[in-house]
Design a protein. Structure first.
Length: 749
């Protein structure tokens, strides 16, 4: 068919893209390499299915970030006329927002969605990371544990992993085998109880409870299976067990599922992502069609070839030939600097040169494995007056005055959100000090009621009449604003919040906590910005025949969108600034010029990854993702020494640099001649070849490691294509390392 006669959603596609867009008759796996147009394929496929008579109402598209969902919606809207029959009702969103919607709709009636018989009320709060941390800290205290011996981060990580595996606190306790697991089970149960008491869910709960509901509630499952007759999943390699269960439960009967992803870009194992979901897709859906998209439309030839050769070193992958029709461009610069200040200066200077050549600041980015590496880069950029931003999606909403404002909104929606109520009770100051609050909290505990209910008993708690009158006024304010939520239309959200801000005194409270006049103005502006954001917030389109959205519906959705914001959502491509961000946050983005710093053993690959070949492969994928963010210019840097814990330590260039083919890189030595075989190994594959199993690495051998010092090998164990060694170091204790990347030096056999 001549292209001019094709529908607009079928034009400008390669033959394999067209095949993916028009595929019919069963499950489809699209293996989409970096820059291969995967979003184009998904959105064109949605448009094509609607044009072929599939009502948009029956299509569900799931992705991972609000930004990705917004882009997909905008592209579909541009392709398919809104007045086309069957156009309404298309569901495009993130896994978390989709699951939150299902729980609000079905959770209170579904026993399977609850835990321990406790239902989920429609007005549940979504605890962000800070709120969840507070609830976890409280659970650890309730368990009478020493926070030094039982750090919050470690326990939170293990409980998050359990939730990703769909285990409730009771499930976790039933399989706890040792003292540590039994202790964590106790904390998990208390944490779960704390959230239940406040009718709150954390991010993991949204996925876990939805997955459990679909596994245990046939009525809800069948309704969704009959509703969503076609399922599309973006970034499928990043799905965890809960997300896999949600998508698979809906699609497993009709098998009309299209997943798009790349095993080579699976970099989120630390938060539960399971690369086997995409690798085993054909096992889950026998007879599935697999279409590889290997052509890169983003990056020049040297960058594509470099990334392709690097990722071929991984064994857990589905191979696809990566290529581009773009010119080769400039080889990637692999620079070795003396220390981190020199590294930062080199990157800043290269950016300044690029800017003078016509590249805009907004088209440049610095990526790193560890956030702490950004400090010296920031200093170097500031000295040169180069504008920059550190990508943190929730930074605005973490400001004190903004969190106070959101606390009011949460308290309106969820009457038992004690965390929010505790935050705003004395904002602005009402004379409700720590002593009064403690008395009221005692009433709450003794009577087994929420903090809000205990406030009604303030006088019985023994507080002063003056304070009690302040509490009465506060409760009357909340009650008055709550009464508007079910009766006023969603369009009133912005003015509603602006009015609340003024009447509650939030602006005054923000100014009172300021350091100076300008700070006061900034804080007041931040509070008003919440109302501005609400005024421009678009409520999700209602389902056919559904009643119009109320003010309460809009407020719940607004709070949910804030709670589920991610780092990448903060990237505004129109801002004229250099972007600094972690490699993990960079996936899905692209820049003309990219610098990846700190490519050293212990940083990339990270020291924690060296215990397994799987860990090293994920770190290689992380570098691969970073490299393929670059369109035209790529800079890779390492240093000979770096400050660590107040001491200067010698470093070793990452083993990944030795895997880069020399013909695609340009070596830059700023070490004064120290860029030698001894220092770098075979950077670019042109020097010392690295042996996969160095001689003399036997049990009993004494070895030296650049970071851990002197130690003795206790075990040598083959692991797939690699070898791990367990070493007892004199000062660092026992460490298990992948021999190919540990850079061990034999001291004595």
């Amino acid at each position: 068919m001549h292209e001019a006669s094709l529908e607009p959603w079928l034009t400008d596609l390669t033959s394999v893209q067209l095949q993916a867009v028009t595929h019919e008759g069963g499950p489809l796996l699209v293996l989409a390499g970096p820059g291969s147009g995967k979003t184009r394929v998904i959105t064109r496929r949605i448009a094509h299915r609607i044009s072929r008579g599939v009502p948009a109402w029956n299509i569900l598209a799931l992705t991972f970030t609000n930004k990705s969902a917004a882009i997909m919606k905008a592209r579909v809207d541009a392709l398919v006329s809104s007045d086309l029959g069957g156009r309404r009702g298309l569901a495009i969103g993130t896994f978390h927002s989709f699951c939150a919607g299902l729980l609000r709709r079905f959770g209170s009636q579904s026993i399977a969605a609850g835990l321990g018989g406790a239902p989920i009320a429609q007005d549940f709060s979504i605890f962000d990371a800070d709120d969840a941390r507070s609830a976890m800290k409280s659970a650890i205290n309730q368990a009478n544990l020493d926070a030094m011996q039982w750090p919050i981060s470690g326990i939170t990580s293990e409980i998050s992993a359990a939730k990703n595996q769909l285990k409730s606190a009771a499930d976790f306790a039933s399989t706890a085998g040792d003292f540590r697991e039994r202790t964590i089970a106790r904390v998990y149960a208390l944490y779960e109880k704390n959230l239940t008491r406040e009718n709150a869910l954390d991010f993991d709960d949204l996925l876990m409870r939805t997955a459990r509901m679909l596994c245990g509630d046939r009525e809800v499952l069948e309704e969704l299976q009959n509703r969503y007759l076609e399922v599309l999943v973006d970034e499928y390699q990043d799905t965890n067990q809960a997300q896999f269960t949600v998508a698979h439960s809906i699609a497993r009967v009709h098998r009309s599922i299209c997943v798009v992803g790349d095993p080579d870009q699976s970099i989120y194992a630390w938060r539960g992502a399971d690369v086997s979901n995409i690798l085993d897709f054909e096992s889950h859906y026998p007879g599935a069609t697999v279409i590889p998209l290997g052509e890169n439309f983003r990056s020049t030839g040297h960058i594509v070839a470099l990334a392709d050769q690097l990722i071929r070193k991984n064994s857990s992958r589905r191979h696809k030939d990566l290529f581009t029709a773009l010119p080769d461009g400039r080889p990637a610069r692999v620079a070795r600097l003396l220390e981190e200040v020199g590294e930062a200066n080199y990157v800043a200077d290269e950016f300044a040169i690029a800017q003078r050549a016509g590249v805009q600041w907004k088209e440049m980015a610095v990526l790193y494995r560890m956030n702490a590496l950004s400090r010296t880069i920031e200093d170097a950029l500031r000295r040169r007056s180069i504008p920059y931003i550190i990508a943190r999606g929730t930074a605005f909403y973490e400001r004190r005055e903004v969190r106070d404002t959101l606390g009011y909104l949460r308290a309106l929606v969820n009457t038992v959100d004690d965390t929010a109520l505790r935050r705003i009770l004395n904002v602005p100051a009402r004379g409700i000090g720590a002593t009064s609050l403690r008395k009221i909290e005692n009433v709450s505990v003794l009577r087994g009621i929420s903090l809000g209910e205990a406030l009604l008993c303030a006088r019985a708690a023994g507080i002063s009449e003056r304070t009690a009158r302040s509490i009465d006024g506060f409760l009357m304010l909340l009650a008055r604003y709550r009464s508007e939520l079910p009766v006023k239309p969603a369009e009133n959200l912005g003015p509603f919040i602006a009015r609340l801000i003024t009447e509650s005194g939030l602006e005054r409270a923000a100014a009172e906590s300021a350091d100076d006049e300008q700070d006061a103005l900034d804080r007041k502006a931040n509070v008003q910005e919440v109302a501005n954001a609400a005024a421009s917030f678009a409520v999700t389109a209602r389902e056919p025949d559904a009643p119009p959205a109320t003010l309460g519906d809009a407020l719940r959705e607004f709070l949910q969108s804030i709670a589920l914001a991610s780092d990448s959502d903060a990237i505004d491509p129109e801002r004229g600034v250099v972007t600094l961000m972690s490699l993990h946050a960079a996936k899905g983005l692209e820049f003309h010029t990219v610098a990846i710093i700190g490519i050293e053993e212990g940083l990339l690959p990270h020291a924690r990854s060296l215990a397994s070949s799987e860990g090293v492969e994920e770190e290689r994928r992380l570098l691969y993702v970073g490299m393929t963010r670059a369109e035209r210019s790529l800079i890779l840097t390492s240093v000979a020494s770096r400050a660590s814990r107040g001491m200067r330590m010698s470093t070793v260039p990452s083993g990944f640099l030795r895997e880069l083919p020399a013909e695609h890189i340009e070596l830059v030595d700023r070490t004064g001649g120290r860029f030698s075989d001894d220092d770098t190994g075979s950077v670019g594959g042109t020097r010392l070849q690295h042996s996969p199993a160095a001689r003399g690495m036997n049990v009993g051998a004494t070895v030296r490691h650049a970071q851990f010092g002197i130690g003795r090998i206790e075990e040598v164990l083959p692991r797939g294509s690699m070898t791990s060694v367990t070493v007892r170091f004199r000062s660092a204790g026992v460490r298990t390392l992948v021999l190919e990347y540990a850079r061990l030096e034999i001291v004595a056999g």
